[in-house]
Design a protein around this ligand. Structure first.
Ligand code: NDP
Length: 295
């Protein structure tokens, strides 16, 4: 068997188009475009690249982008004061604080200070709680993007066996909650799981969010399984070069799976597209309007 490749780039482009199409409706109703504020503290080069691409994507979708770049030595009180101002700013529908934060800042306190209704990253405990009890709320972008790819590929997920490898608050746990909401039978595996290959072999759906290059191999998979590879790992490729690989060994997995996301080009492009989607959804909800279907 050779697995179908799940093209996250194409799906993400479609989602961005749907987001951009929703913006004029919002503007017509409220007189302004949805706004996303991104806060970067310090000069971490990878974070700076993410913030730049988020800002560009926000503008490309016809939305307002507010970038706040703070010095690496910024204190917690100053950052909390900025978040307070963004919470109160009617032009801001979404607030994203780029992680990681410098060591003098308490990440939990900062995330807790964001208005949950503007928490487009979905990391606030109120949104984690809403997801856990099945209430409407903002859901972390990467797992929501994975779910969109799964539903696009498989349609109905009810009754399927899903194994999520990884239990982080930003990927593994919300992914498991989303799959449970779709009535999958969900197993969460982690570093203490015994016989991980045996657990994975039960799964119709495998989501790997581990951070270990090419850990999941084809012989772990049930034939025909759908594999979502969240991992982004940079490995040596000889001659001083590097390349990106996922948590799944693509070649061996593709020989057994029914469908699989590549790295790059699978889950990665979904994250920013879902961030834009969350911003528009937050904007409609804050204005007391119903967001268009298909977002
Ligand atoms: P974390 O490091 O927070 O979590 C990793 C999880 O993997 C932990 O729950 C850990 O278990 C588990 N784990 C580690 N080693 C093993 C092992 N040998 N066997 C089974 N489980 C193991 O990572 P994140 O969730 O933040 O990210 C995971 C991956 O996804 C990374 O590669 C990251 O770069 C990528 N990522 C990609 C995004 C995208 O946009 N595509 C966005 C976010 C992340 P335990 O809890 O027991 O320690």
């Amino acid at each position: 068997m050779t697995a179908a490749t799940i093209d996250g780039k194409v799906f993400a482009e479609g989602l961005r188009e749907r987001v951009a199409a929703a913006v004029p409706d919002f503007q017509a109703a409220t007189g302004r475009a949805p706004g996303l504020a991104v806060v970067l503290v310090g000069e971490d080069p990878a974070s700076a690249v993410y913030v730049r691409s988020k800002g560009k994507a926000t503008l490309a979708a016809g939305m307002e982008s507010f970038e706040h770049r703070l010095d690496a030595t910024t204190g917690q009180d100053d950052l909390l004061a900025l978040i307070g101002r963004l919470n109160a700013d009617e032009a801001v529908d979404g607030i994203l604080v780029q992680l990681p934060l410098p060591p003098q800042i308490d990440e939990k306190a900062v995330l807790a200070a964001i208005d949950p209704d503007k928490d487009v990253d979905g990391f606030h405990v109120v949104n984690a709680g809403r997801l856990a009890v099945g209430e409407e709320g903002l859901v972390p972008c990467t797992p929501l993007g994975c779910l969109m790819l799964l539903k696009d590929r498989l349609g109905e997920l009810s009754g399927l066996e899903a194994v999520v490898i990884g239990r982080s608050n930003i990927v593994g746990k919300p992914m498991a909650q989303l799959l449970l909401r779709e009535s999958c039978t969900v197993t969460i595996a982690h570093s203490r799981t015994r016989d991980l290959p045996g657990v994975v072999r039960r799964a119709d759906i495998v989501v790997a969010a581990v951070g270990r290059p090419e850990m999941v191999t084809g012989d772990w998979l049930k034939p025909g399984a759908t594999v979502i590879d969240v991992g982004i790992n940079r490995i040596a490729a000889g001659e001083g070069k590097t390349r990106l690989v996922g948590d799944v060994d693509f070649a061996s997995a593709a020989a057994v799976a029914g469908a699989i996301t590549p790295v790059p080009g699978g889950v990665g492009p979904m994250t920013i597209a879902v961030l834009l989607r969350n911003t528009v959804v937050a904007a409609f909800a804050r204005a007391g309007l119903t967001a268009p279907a298909g977002l």
